[in-house]
Ligand binder design. Structure first.
Ligand code: CP
Length: 317
């Protein structure tokens, strides 16, 4: 297995099965710190830099919370307009990370451009974590999700995943790669204009993932062990909110998971994950069903970032 020390976390495309299990093992070891709301000194003396060019609630704050739980320092920006990268100068990623690398030991970056963290990693002498790059990938979210499923179901092999939402989303790309490392059967459901690209389908086929596409949640939910949701009514990742003019409307029934549907058709022990934020595809009354696991997923978001920071910075082998 490759060492995690000093490693960039940019994509799950090249992750091997054993690496997932190593990450899960370290996550289990560190989880009690977060569960008991303690801070430790595991990364004392280390500094995390957050460079968020796009809005975020969970990813940035979970990563920062993780560093605090590990006793490290945090600095960064969540609004590039307040930096030289977002003002008149539009400073390049190369020049920006050449600065950031002097201020800390690891850079966590979210960007509206696909490949921006990869570009940062080309120039930074410290590791870069991709916290979501345009329509590209969202590896830390999907590591969180796979860990949550593994904890909740006790396994990944042999599970049937139902994936609902916009298949162009970065989480869908990362989870496609992640599923290919396990004996998972995947069913994808999206509006036709949001379906997987032929290029991505070929990638998944080449990675030996068994998958199919169907038209509605209702026709596939009975087989699902894991229901993995994203909105179909959502922001364009490549644009700021004030650039988006059109009214996005409501989610068609074909792409919603409701209490009634769960009661009538779902496996009793199926679980729902949603990386959030949600729109109306997952009504709030589903929260109080036995299927909901997205709040556990949110908690695990801190644990997974603690794990990755510890491994990358060499506090865990
Ligand atoms: N799940 C997720 O990426 O949420 P944020 O956009 O709030 O970080």
């Amino acid at each position: 297995m490759r060492s995690f020390i000093g490693r960039d976390i940019l994509s799950l495309k090249d992750w091997e099965r054993a690496e997932y299990f190593r990450v899960f093992e370290v996550a289990d070891d560190l989880a009690p710190i977060a569960r008991n709301r303690r801070n430790s000194d595991i990364l004392s003396g280390k500094t995390l830099l957050t460079a968020f060019y796009q809005p975020s609630t969970r990813t940035r704050l979970a990563t920062e919370a993780a560093m605090h739980r590990l006793g490290g320092h945090v600095l960064g920006f969540s609004d590039a307009k307040m930096t030289r990268a977002g003002d008149f100068y539009q400073e390049s990623i190369k020049d920006t990370v050449h600065m950031l690398e002097y201020y800390g030991d690891v850079i966590a970056m979210r960007h509206h451009l696909q490949g921006a963290p990869h570009e940062a990693a080309r120039w930074a002498s410290v590791p870069v974590i991709n916290c979501g790059d345009g329509w590209g990938e969202h590896p830390t979210q999907v590591l969180t999700d796979m860990y949550t499923i593994w904890k909740e179901k006790g396994r990944l092999d042999g599970l049937n995943f139902l994936l609902v939402g916009d298949m162009r989303m970065r989480t869908m790309h990362s989870i496609g790669y992640a599923m290919s490392q396990f004996d998972i059967e995947a069913t994808f459901i999206s509006p036709p204009e949001m379906s997987m690209t032929d290029e991505f389908k070929k990638e998944l086929t080449d990675l030996n993932l068994r998958f199919r596409e169907v038209k509605t949640v209702s026709e596939a939910i009975a087989d699902a062990d894991v229901i993995y949701m994203e909105p179909v009514v959502q922001a364009d990742y490549t644009k700021a909110r004030d650039e988006v003019k059109e009214n996005k409307g409501l989610t068609p029934a074909a792409y919603k998971v409701t209490r009634d549907l769960l009661r009538d058709k779902a496996k009793p022990d199926s679980i729902i994950l949603h990386s959030l934020p949600r729109m109306d595809e997952l009504p709030p009354d589903v929260d109080a069903t036995r299927h909901a696991r997205y709040w556990e997923e949110a908690f695990n978001g801190v644990v997974m970032r603690m794990t990755l920071l510890s491994l990358i910075l060499g506090a865990r082998e």
